[in-house]
Design a protein around this ligand. Structure first.
Ligand SMILES: *[C@@H]1O[C@H](CO)[C@@H](O)[C@H](O)[C@H]1NC(C)=O
Ligand SMILES: *[C@@H]1O[C@H](CO)[C@@H](O)[C@H](O)[C@H]1NC(C)=O
Ligand SMILES: *[C@@H]1O[C@H](CO)[C@@H](O)[C@H](O)[C@H]1NC(C)=O
Ligand SMILES: *[C@@H]1O[C@H](CO)[C@@H](O)[C@H](O)[C@H]1NC(C)=O
Ligand SMILES: *[C@@H]1O[C@H](CO)[C@@H](O)[C@H](O)[C@H]1NC(C)=O
Ligand SMILES: *[C@@H]1O[C@H](CO)[C@@H](O)[C@H](O)[C@H]1NC(C)=O
Ligand SMILES: *[C@@H]1O[C@H](CO)[C@@H](O)[C@H](O)[C@H]1NC(C)=O
Ligand SMILES: *[C@@H]1O[C@H](CO)[C@@H](O)[C@H](O)[C@H]1NC(C)=O
Ligand SMILES: *[C@@H]1O[C@H](CO)[C@@H](O)[C@H](O)[C@H]1NC(C)=O
Ligand SMILES: *[C@@H]1O[C@H](CO)[C@@H](O)[C@H](O)[C@H]1NC(C)=O
Ligand SMILES: *[C@@H]1O[C@H](CO)[C@@H](O)[C@H](O)[C@H]1NC(C)=O
Ligand SMILES: *[C@@H]1O[C@H](CO)[C@@H](O)[C@H](O)[C@H]1NC(C)=O
Length: 855
């Protein structure tokens, strides 16, 4: 310790000496000539900070040396002119020790990130002096209270204190931080109530996370001021009382996590208001606002107003009565979790109409009634848990339509009847629990055919008859079978009685048999011989055909849709069903036997490597789910035929609307929405999907519109289907389209997230100029980008698409400059100068918000 202090003192002295010498031209390394005093303060603060660290790996010891300008020290960024420290980002560097209050002297600091630095002290009160601070991130392992002085940081946009040991209350002083967009205090030991006015002025907040603390009292009503909120997390706390109705004023909310907030009570709002309110789409156009202000009569409390909601998590509270019908209006909902409450109604029919729903958990309530037939409408569902309720009736035959289902739990209800034959279509099922019901009949053979099924619980029903062989039954345990009527067979370890081929004859039967037996033996003998001969012939025939091998391969690959079904649905690939053709193959419109209209992309696959990776790649594509991506519904593959079954888009492509006479007029805000939608889909593919999926061929003809004119990106990941991981194989002539292809992709054949960003930038520039990058006017050195760059930023009106003039703005340039800036940044020739898709989304959101003001 003494040595550290000594070293620090020496460094301080050295720094002082060097910096005081800056007026002479000889010793310049530390700072330039300007603002010497300010820089002095910054160096002193940094060295004082360093002096209190243990720096176990000596990282700062080796790097923060007097020989280099402090602006080049690890984690330090400076303003260019004044050479003042603007950012200190040492996140994930193991520093250990205590955090120095002297950091509060870095008066130009705008970003401080000391997350995961193993510092252990409390947050210094002096941080309240960083009045230019915009981003504060301190995760692991700060302790003590959140200093009330942070309420002075009026520039603060983001405060991230996730995963610390912070205790005490959330200081009410934070209510003055009117620029906050992001608050994350999750997983601390915060207690007490949340100040009732805390959210009165923080109306720009997008993200609020107070989860996993011990906060108590009611959720403050002022939360209703957060009109821009997109994600709300209050779960795992000790809140009580009713949910404030103002929550349902947050019309942009996409995620609401209130699970185990501990005893929130009341009904889920919305069930008993007799008024209907318009559902606000996420669109900041002035008209929407005026509708909201209109809003006489009682407090609007209909959950159906939150129509942007994608996730609603209300489990483990004390909600009672009914689930409101309005839940069915939340058409973007992907997850609905209301388990462990006291709800006692029938399940509203409308829930089963939510075609986007992926996960539904209503377990551990007192829900009554039957499973309705239209459960089959849940076309995207992966997981259904309705266990521990009071459901009655039989299993609807439409269950078989849930072909994307992986997890089904209906245990602890009173469902009767037998398993419907149609359930044999649930080939993607991984886990099925139907224990503690009243099911009768035999166990269907098809369960043994479900290749993914690894968990099956049939215990405590009234099932009888033989256990099927193979598949999940090979390793099934007795616990999954006990409590049934009369099961037999199975592995010897199960100790079920062996199955008898005939029912044990009664005395009465004995007498009949005595007469019939000889005849029976003769007839059976003859029939058996006949069948045997027929089977031999059949087997012989099949051996000679490739079809049988194909069948085996498709079974292994779990294709849900058969080749036969595809042929039928496309009317044998008839020309009238042809939607388009490209280098990868043709696309047909088709109608499946369940009535669903789909697009079938038949791939020209010749490369042997592609054939090998097709199924694993398809699996990845099928997992990619986003509202702005075309869904890959299914695949079909055998040795010489490969097809993707896709969501059908009835409203054509951006290419047609932009460049043909029949196209619809796309206004400014609509074009912005399209680019925002596309950016969100791309951001998802690049960062949020299970693995990074590159598009490699983004262009207007790959941006398609659904019935509501919402844009969906098509053809993502196709390049990888063809070439596997070996990006260097992707050569310019094979994928990518001239004009949209990044220069490095074209020349070296290297695809990356940045090459996708380039294509995105070109599409954006095209959309707002109405000019294709391949327009004949772009000859020689002049490209679309160069043409725009020359007009930027003052003459953008000259190059924008004339058709946009139909929209009236009072300030065109305020709109066009930021838009074209994004396009230009994305399409920079140098890959590392381009924006990331993440930044594009953020930037476009901002532009969209400001659009409302300038229109
Ligand atoms: C930081 O500022 C305070 C108050 O102005 C001062 O007492 C302290 O010495 C400064 N710390 C450093 C390291 O300069
Ligand atoms: C300190 O780290 C920065 C950033 O990694 C690096 O650019 C610089 O060269 C390093 N300086 C020394 C002296 O190692
Ligand atoms: C701070 O660092 C953490 C950990 O590396 C990172 O996840 C977070 O995004 C950073 N926050 C900011 C504002 O840079
Ligand atoms: C800091 O946090 C890590 C995990 O985040 C934990 O393993 C470690 O024990 C903590 N250290 C202290 C001193 O609390
Ligand atoms: C900062 O906040 C504290 C406590 O809230 C207050 O006493 C102090 O006056 C504030 N300082 C400045 C410079 O605003
Ligand atoms: C918020 O700011 C106002 C004006 O700057 C100040 O008067 C008030 O005390 C502050 N409130 C809190 C709780 O810090
Ligand atoms: C909640 O906090 C506890 C300890 O405070 C921690 O172990 C747990 O992982 C946290 N859960 C989440 C979801 O952050
Ligand atoms: C905060 O807003 C509530 C209404 O939500 C209002 O009653 C209260 O007076 C406001 N408080 C302040 C300090 O503005
Ligand atoms: C929060 O609730 C939990 C579980 O009900 C309880 O153990 C804990 O003591 C409560 N904490 C506070 C601060 O009320
Ligand atoms: C919802 O917002 C409107 C408009 O600001 C307001 O008049 C109304 O009181 C709010 N309702 C609730 C429940 O906060
Ligand atoms: C909810 O859906 C029903 C039926 O589809 C419709 O009548 C009602 O107007 C919708 N309500 C809202 C708020 O959109
Ligand atoms: C199981 O799969 C095989 C091979 O695809 C098929 O012949 C058989 O009919 C299936 N059995 C059931 C009960 O679906």
């Amino acid at each position: 310790m003494a040595i550290l202090v000594l070293v620090a003192t020496l460094l301080l002295l050295a720094a002082g000496k060097l910096s005081s010498g800056t007026s002479s031209a000889t010793s310049l390394p530390l700072i330039g000539s300007a603002a010497v005093y300010g820089s002095d303060n910054d160096i002193a603060a940094l060295l004082a900070f360093k002096a209190q660290l243990s720096d176990p790996l000596g990282i700062l010891q080796a790097n923060w040396t007097a020989g280099t300008s402090f602006c080049h020290w690890l984690g330090v960024s400076c303003s260019r002119r004044r050479l003042r420290v603007t950012a200190l980002a040492l996140n994930d560097v193991p520093l250990q020790g205590r955090i120095s209050p002297h950091l509060g002297n870095l008066s130009f600091l705008s970003m401080l990130n000391l997350t995961s630095t193993e510092l252990t002290s409390s947050i210094p009160l002096e941080f309240g002096r960083l009045r230019r601070l915009k981003f504060l991130a301190l995760g692991n392992n700060f302790s003590g209270a959140i200093p009330p002085t942070l309420g002075n940081l009026t520039s603060l946009e983001s405060i991230d204190l996730w995963g610390n040991l912070l205790s005490g209350q959330i200081p009410k002083e934070l209510q003055n931080l009117s620029n906050l967009r992001h608050i994350n205090l999750q997983t601390n030991y915060l207690t007490g109530t949340v100040a009732s006015d805390l959210f009165n002025k923080t109306s720009l907040l997008r993200y609020l996370n107070l989860g996993n603390n011990s906060l108590s009292g009611t959720i403050p009503r002022s939360i209703g001021h957060l009109r821009m909120l997109q994600s709300l997390t209050l779960q795992f706390n000790n809140f009580s009382g009713p949910m404030p109705p103002s929550i349902f004023n947050m019309s942009r909310l996409q995620y609401m996590y209130l699970r185990a907030s501990n005893s929130l009570t009341g009904t889920i709002p919305g069930s008993n208001s007799s008024f209907t309110f318009p559902c606000y789409k996420f669109s900041p156009s002035p008209r929407t606002d005026s509708q909201e202000i209109a809003c006489f009569g009682p407090i609007p409390s209909r959950i159906s107003m939150l129509c942007n909601l994608e996730g609603l998590y209300l489990d483990s509270n004390n909600f009672s009565h009914a689930i409101p019908n309005g839940v069915g209006n939340l058409t973007n909902l992907r997850s609905l979790m209301i388990s462990q409450n006291s709800i006692s109604s029938t399940i509203p029919a409308s829930i089963f109409q939510l075609a986007s729903l992926i996960a539904l958990d209503l377990s551990q309530n007192s829900l009554e009634g039957e499973l309705p037939a239209y459960i089959g409408h849940l076309k995207q569902i992966n997981s259904i848990d309705l266990s521990a309720n009071l459901l009655v009736g039989t299993l609807p035959t439409t269950l078989g339509q849930l072909q994307t289902l992986n997890y089904l739990n209906l245990s602890h209800n009173s469902i009767n009847g037998s398993f419907p034959d149609t359930m044999d279509k649930l080939a993607n099922l991984e886990s099925l629990d139907i224990s503690y019901n009243d099911l009768s009949g035999t166990i269907p053979q098809y369960f043994a055919n479900f290749t993914y099924l690894t968990s099956l619980n049939l215990s405590f029903n009234k099932l009888h008859g033989p256990l099927p062989e193979g598949g999940v039954f090979v390793n099934i345990s007795l616990q999954s079978l006990v409590g049934n009527m009369d099961l037999c067979g199975g592995a010897s370890g199960l100790r079920l009685p062996p199955c008898q081929t005939n029912h044990r004859p009664t005395y009465h039967n004995h007498r009949i048999l005595r007469f019939l037996l000889p005849t029976v033996i003769i007839v059976v003998g003859a029939v058996t011989t006949g069948v045997y001969m027929m089977m031999r012939n059949e087997v012989k025939k099949q051996e000679g055909r490739v079809v049988s091998r194909d069948m085996v391969i498709s079974t292994l690959n779990h294709s849900i849709i058969s080749y036969h079904e595809i042929v039928r649905s496309t009317d044998n690939f008839s020309e009238t069903n042809l939607l388009g053709a490209g280098s990868f193959g043709k696309v047909y419109k088709g109608q499946l036997s369940n009535g669903m209209v789909v697009a079938v992309k038949v791939l020209n696959m010749q490369l042997e490597q592609a054939a090998r990776s097709f199924d694993s790649e398809c699996h990845a594509l099928r997992m990619a789910r986003h509202r702005n991506l075309i869904r890959v519904l299914s695949t079909c593959s055998n040795l010489d035929f490969k097809a993707l079954v896709l969501q059908y888009m009835p409203n054509g492509s951006l290419e047609t609307h932009l460049h043909t006479d029949g196209g619809v007029h796309l206004g400014c805000s609509q074009r912005l929405d399209i680019m925002l939608d596309v950016s969100m889909a791309m951001e998802y593919l690049h960062y949020q999907n299970i693995e990074v999926v590159l598009h490699c061929d983004l262009k207007p003809s790959n941006i398609l519109f659904d019935e509501d004119m919402v844009a969906h990106v098509a053809d993502f990941g196709i390049a990888k289907l063809f070439y596997g991981d070996d990006n260097s194989m992707v050569s310019a002539s094979m994928t990518g389209t001239i004009g949209y292809m990044a220069p490095e992709y074209g020349s070296v054949g290297k695809a990356s997230r940045r090459s996708d960003v380039f294509s995105y930038g070109i599409v954006l520039l095209e959309l707002f100029t109405g000019k294709k990058p391949t327009d004949p006017m772009f000859i020689g050195e002049l490209t679309l980008r160069k043409w725009i760059d020359q007009a930027f930023p003052t003459n953008l009106m000259d190059i924008m698409d004339d058709r946009l003039l139909q929209d009236s703005f009072y300030s065109w340039n305020n709109f066009l400059v930021p838009i074209f800036e994004v396009g230009l940044l994305c399409s920079n020739d140098m890959p590392d100068k381009r924006m990331t898709m993440r930044d594009v989304v953020v930037r476009l959101m901002k532009i969209k918000e400001s659009l409302a003001e300038i229109m």
